[in-house]
Design a protein around this ligand. Structure first.
Ligand SMILES: [Mg+2]
Length: 235
């Protein structure tokens, strides 16, 4: 795993030459999760399930964890077993205060400057993407497409079918694509398919698991700087 530095300019030039599809995860990749945001979302998942099933919060949490482990996404269990409309659940849990997300227009400019298509592929939903981009001060039009959990038929990364759904829409050769993620396991499949992979390391143990693997080609804590370096090598 390479941590980005000036010494890796040649490695960057080699790795990203010819790449014309840039795929970005959203949460913890385009911005660091502010402290307390996950607790807000987690709390709203709990209250939704506890209202839906008329159970206390402890039982709601057990159900949530069970569905998350079984289906990779809590919402899929709720859809499958309780007829919940996915969008209703996601709109509810993402109705949180995002004011702690710091604006970052330079990141939007660095993304816009990359050659080719720039897209988002997130396990989250479109409304949340729009709200986060608004907070970041990044125009949604920077991205040619936003692939959310509905695009992938509620198949979350790292399931191969999630990447299949995006690949079907985007087309193109995988070796001309690069993927940026905070979750190391979500980069296994892109690596297998021949994409370039870039990890945004976080403090989260689940996201970091496997970060030393050969499927992580680059890692950086400074996405804007990293993208600028790539653009510079192409100039
Ligand atoms: Mg993420």
């Amino acid at each position: 795993m390479l941590i980005h530095s000036d010494k890796t300019q040649n490695a960057l030039a080699d790795a990203f030459a010819g790449v014309d599809l840039w795929i970005f995860d959203l949460d913890n990749t385009l911005y660091p999760y502010p402290p307390g945001l996950w607790a807000q979302i987690d709390g709203r998942m709990g209250s939704f399930i506890s209202d839906l099933l008329s159970v206390d919060r402890i039982e709601a949490r057990r159900v949530q964890k069970d569905y998350f482990l079984r289906y990779g996404l809590t919402v899929r269990g709720l859809m499958k077993h309780h007829g919940v409309k996915g969008r209703d659940f996601l709109d509810y849990v993402h109705d949180v205060d995002l004011s702690d997300i710091a604006p970052n227009p330079p990141l939007g400019e660095a993304i816009a400057t990359l050659p080719g298509r720039k897209v988002i592929h997130t396990n989250s939903d479109r409304l949340h993407v729009d709200r986060v981009l608004a907070r970041l001060g990044i125009e949604p039009a920077v991205f040619a497409a936003i692939h959310d959990i509905e695009t992938t038929g509620f198949e979350p990364k790292p399931a191969p079918r999630a990447y299949d759904a995006v690949a079907k829409i985007e087309g193109g050769a995988p070796h001309r694509a690069a993927m940026f993620e905070d979750s190391a396991r979500n980069l296994l499949e892109p690596h297998k398919r021949g994409m370039r992979t870039v990890l945004l390391p976080t403090q989260c143990d689940i996201a970091s698991a496997g970060k030393e693997g050969a499927h992580i080609h680059f890692a950086t804590n400074d996405l804007t700087g990293f993208l600028r370096s790539i653009t510079d090598t192409m100039a």
